[in-house]
Design a protein around this ligand. Structure first.
Ligand SMILES: [Zn+2]
Length: 563
């Protein structure tokens, strides 16, 4: 009896993890408009899974954002990039909700933040208010929606995190979003997975033609295969009220009726998110910009979104046997799309083996590797690459042509440049650049120490030394020197830098710090007169902007205001 009890507790624990048991009527809506999504939980993004819902705000900013349950503000984070202005509310049941890309906070929170921004003389700030400081009741107005940070258009990014700060699928908490359409299949691929295996007489990835059937499902022509193979699928989901192509909830696969693989987006941790690069066919993504989910698990892939995986999701195809491989793609509302793939085992002897470009730089993924030539060196820490790789490296002058962007990097690789041949004055203007489209130098965060510059990189490509000798440009937008601007609500200035980029800015009026909010998407700095720091009639405005190698510009102007 005891054994049965223990076993059943164990099993319950397991199933809880697969399908978290969560309160379904605890959280209310963060907006007063119908919930229409431009992004779903677990959606595949650049180097990460999307950690919440992107809720559309009718193409505008300034919609009321409400706390979805009682609690207190536990964190406020303001960044130029990333989440922009973000608010975190801690709830008594252990969950945290996150509201991001906000335009501004409620008056009480806004005053709290401004006080700290002025005290620290900075726009970017991270605050952790005390438990009782900013208490919030359910449905209380906490902010206005916006487009701050890395946001491609006005929307609210909304997250629910568990007690370990792992984001969970908010839809598990009972949010109703109308969706009657099944997921869309963009493409299907088959992969021979070892030296002996093949698909349709090839050792390379094969695109498989999808044949639509009347009931909405797909089939394919019979695939000839041999040895270890796997599949990959590119798929999106559309909900009813919007054309946005969002992520799907679940992908499952079976062979001859036995389940062998599933991915489900209920919860993940930020620490594992970058392993998305192992879940997708990264090589295909880097050349086609389409993310194909591999329906098998690569060695050393720790992602927790996999569930119920048998033999890594791979099929072992034996000669002259027939197999039925099925893929089922499901959205959160349970609409599904099926693909039925017939496979025939065929051992067809002479297959051209997959080409491997052997070079002098063989990196074992589990071991560190270092090399140097021409005063340029690189260091690949263990675990930087997902698989053993021959790096294709060419050194020419001050440039290293470093492998190919088709290989993902998990942990920073260090690049070092010997700059002893440059004078100290020249060194000041130099930085390590990645060469972008058309050879345009893009600044990488350069650490300078004596004769050596270093940087950490997470993309292969061409890197070189570049010089930035031009200081940032400063242009006033809604005022000019000597002007009366009593009716202006704010002071706006455009700033830009030609090469290394803006590093910092500082503005004062009559020698006193004024807060200016930087919006990188339109290169604008804005000071709001509501802050109440500009109180004189005659005012001397001064702005200093510095780029990443230390070139700086100063702009000064006098303006007048009736107070
Ligand atoms: Zn988002």
């Amino acid at each position: 009896m005891k054994i049965i009890t223990i076993l059943s507790v164990f099993l319950t624990g397991l199933s809880l993890y697969a399908q978290p048991s969560v309160p379904e009527d605890y959280f209310s809506s963060p907006l007063e408009v119908p919930l229409v999504l431009s992004g779903t939980f677990g959606e595949l993004r650049s180097n990460h899974f999307h950690s919440g819902l992107d809720i559309k705000t009718q193409q505008r900013q300034g919609l009321n954002v409400l706390a979805t349950a009682e609690g207190y503000v536990s964190r406020i984070n303001i960044q130029h990039y990333g989440y922009g202005k973000a608010l975190y509310v801690q709830h008594p049941n252990g969950y945290t909700t996150v509201y991001a890309h906000l335009q501004k906070f409620s008056p009480e929170i806004e005053a709290y933040v401004k006080k700290q921004q002025y005290a620290n003389e900075t726009y970017e700030i991270e605050l952790f208010p005390e438990t009782g400081e900013l208490k919030i009741s359910q449905n209380e107005l906490i902010a206005l929606s916006g487009n701050t940070g890395g946001s491609g258009g006005p929307h609210l990014h909304y997250e629910i995190r568990d007690g370990s700060q792992r984001p969970m699928n908010p839809k598990l908490f009972g949010y109703q979003i109308k969706d009657s359409r099944p997921p869309i299949i963009n493409s299907l691929f088959a992969y021979p997975l070892d030296a002996e295996s093949h698909v349709n007489n090839s050792a390379e990835r094969q695109k498989i033609r999808l044949i639509p059937l009347q009931d909405g499902s797909y089939t394919t022509e019979k695939i000839d295969a041999c040895g270890n193979i796997g599949f990959g699928v590119s798929t999106v989901d559309q909900q009813d009220m919007a054309p946005n192509k969002n992520g799907v909830y679940k992908v499952e696969a079976s062979v001859n009726g036995d389940d062998i693989f599933s991915i489900k987006f209920n919860r993940f941790s930020f620490a594992e998110s970058r392993h998305l690069n192992q879940l997708i066919d990264y090589e295909y993504y880097s050349s086609h910009k389409s993310r194909v989910k591999k329906l098998y698990v690569e060695p050393g892939n720790p992602l927790s979104v996999y569930d119920n995986v048998i033999s890594e999701g791979k099929l072992n195809i034996e000669d002259s046997l027939d197999y039925n491989y099925n893929i089922r793609v499901t959205d959160f509302s349970g609409n599904e799309r099926l693909i039925r793939i017939p496979i025939r085992g065929r051992n067809s002897g002479e297959i051209q083996p997959k080409k491997i470009n052997k070079t002098d730089y063989f990196v074992n993924a589990n071991q560190a590797f270092a090399a140097e030539e021409n005063g340029i060196d690189f260091y690949v820490p263990a675990g930087s690459l997902y698989e053993n790789t021959y790096l294709d490296v060419k050194f020419k002058g001050d440039t290293i042509d470093f492998h190919t962007k088709e290989t993902p990097i998990h942990k920073n690789i260090t690049l070092g440049f010997d700059v002893s041949k440059y004078s100290p004055a020249d060194r000041e203007k130099l930085f390590i650049a990645r060469l972008g489209y058309g050879g345009r130098p893009l600044y990488t965060s350069t650490y300078k120490k004596g004769d050596r510059f270093t940087t950490g990189i997470r993309t292969f490509g061409e890197y070189t030394l570049a010089a930035d000798v031009t200081a940032p440009k400063i242009t006033p937008v809604n005022f000019s020197d000597g002007q009366w601007i009593s009716s202006n609500h704010n002071l706006r200035v455009k700033i830009s830098d030609d090469l290394s980029g803006i590093k910092s800015y500082r503005a004062t009026v009559n020698g006193k710090f004024i807060l200016m909010e930087y919006e990188y998407k339109n290169n604008t700095l804005t000071h709001n007169f509501e802050d109440g720091v500009v109180t004189e009639t005659e005012n001397d405005f001064k702005l200093i902007v510095t780029d990443n190698v230390g070139n700086s510009s100063t702009y000064e102007a006098k303006f007048f205001r009736k107070n």
